[in-house]
Ligand binder design. Structure first.
Ligand code: PRP
Ligand code: MN
Ligand code: MG
Length: 188
């Protein structure tokens, strides 16, 4: 698994430090308020698990699965809702948790959909952000790292559903994704 990597981009220790900081900021910002943390499956699952343990106020959690890529490395722009929330979010403070924001198409679609359900507030937290790739404008409230346009995997991020369990964020060797026919353009 690790030998498929060109390099480690963000180490386990750096991620842990960043997650702790984000958790402290979020705890401060939502002190005394209700908070529903919504993880976007599957990529957010590792970050979500660490982040909610770094948040020191009571929270509720829920998940959505919104997939647009499948095995492809390039955005199709088509967003599919695979799993919806179980909770009613009307009047609640919502924090959406993502592993990475790339074109922003997934989240802008999701935001429109969730705003129609009249939450009290809605904010976005992502571990990784690729502002240079943005196609839909988005306000990212809690941003772990702005990263260059390299093909990253690990800490929840996959390529072809693999590598999610790497405990750090790494850059995949081009020959790994070049093997997959039409999927030759790295996007995230
Ligand atoms: C990835 C990532 C974000 C989205 C970001 O998910 O986890 O949800 O793409 O891309 P965008 O900003 O260009 O829309 P993916 O669809 O690969 O599903 P996964 O989380 O199950 O891997
Ligand atoms: Mn995702
Ligand atoms: Mg993916």
């Amino acid at each position: 698994m690790e030998r498929d990597l060109l390099k480690i981009l963000i180490s386990t220790e750096d991620i842990q430090k960043k997650v702790k900081e984000l958790g402290e900021t979020i705890s401060r910002d939502y002190q005394g308020q209700n908070l529903l943390v919504v993880g976007i499956l599957k990529g957010s699952v590792i970050f979500m698990g660490d982040l909610i343990r770094a948040i020191k106020i009571p929270v509720q959690i829920d998940f959505m699965e919104v997939s647009s890529y499948g095995r492809s490395t390039e955005s199709s722009g088509a967003v599919r809702i695979l799993k919806d929330l179980e909770s009613n979010i009307e009047g609640k403070n919502i924090l959406i948790v993502e592993d990475i924001i790339d074109t922003g198409l997934t989240l802008s679609y999701l935001l429109d959909m969730l705003k129609a359900r009249k939450p009290g507030s809605i904010r976005i937290c992502t571990l990784l952000n690729k502002p240079s790739r943005r196609k839909a404008s988005l306000k990212v409230d809690y941003d772990g790292y702005d990263i260059p346009d390299e093909f990253v995997v690990g800490y929840g991020l996959d390529y072809g559903e693999l590598y999610r369990n790497l405990p750090f964020v790494g850059v995949l060797k081009p020959e790994i994704y070049a093997r997959c026919g039409e999927d030759t353009t790295p996007s995230k």
